[in-house]
Ligand binder design. Structure first.
Ligand code: FE2
Length: 200
């Protein structure tokens, strides 16, 4: 078992036809596993090795940060995928974006206009605040809402390795397919609720 690498929460074929088994195979086994293995190598025989990955990420800089954040971000990305009911999250999306169609448009637009690698994140801006908002923002490379004291809600990987085999340069088609068929809104709801004032 590779430390810091969570098991995929479904079979590699389960995201098809929107994300092929071949993409999941390369993305999980080569890219994601590679970041986790690199982090394990960098932390070997250090006191930080036994800390939870989230803490390692927050304490790290440079190469170690990149490996830790990419290991964490990918664990979170896989859990952001595979459709579950959006009913429980609808009220928040409607309040902060006007509804799922408007959020879809904003997400695709942000992804297409994001230069280079990174992620599109949905995050809760102020954990434990009763008037917290749902924010959509793209971030570069391995950057992550945890570094802004915010709570990640969902993410979509915008690195080319996430979509190039299936969509080539058509990033908008990939993000649209993920939004329409794969985003796990129950995971989003769980992340939001865990960050409510009463839950902390
Ligand atoms: Fe990735």
């Amino acid at each position: 078992m590779t430390p810091y690498l969570e098991p995929l929460p479904y079979a590699k074929t389960d995201l098809a036809p929107w994300i092929s088994a071949q993409t999941v195979e390369f993305h999980y086994e080569k890219h994601h596993r590679g970041y986790a293995e690199k982090l394990a190598m960098l932390l070997r025989n250090t006191p930080a090795a036994s800390l939870p990955l989230e803490q390692i990420l927050l304490l790290s800089k440079g190469l170690q940060f990149e490996a830790a954040a990419q290991a964490w971000n990918h664990n979170f990305y896989w859990k952001s995928l595979r459709r579950e009911s959006r009913d429980g999250f609808e009220a928040i999306v409607t309040r902060d974006f006007g509804g799922f169609p408007a959020l879809r448009e904003r997400m695709i637009d942000a992804a297409v206009n994001h230069f280079g690698s990174g992620y599109v994140w949905l995050y809760r801006d102020r954990p434990a605040a009763s008037d917290a908002r749902l924010i959509l923002e793209t971030m570069h490379d391995a950057d992550n809402p945890l570094l802004r004291d915010a709570t990640p809600i969902l993410c979509v990987d915008l690195w080319e390795h996430a979509y190039y085999l299936d969509y080539q340069n058509r990033r908008a088609d990939y993000v649209a397919a993920v939004f329409d068929h794969l985003l796990n809104w129950r995971f989003a709801e769980d992340n939001w609720r865990k960050s409510e004032p009463a839950a902390r």
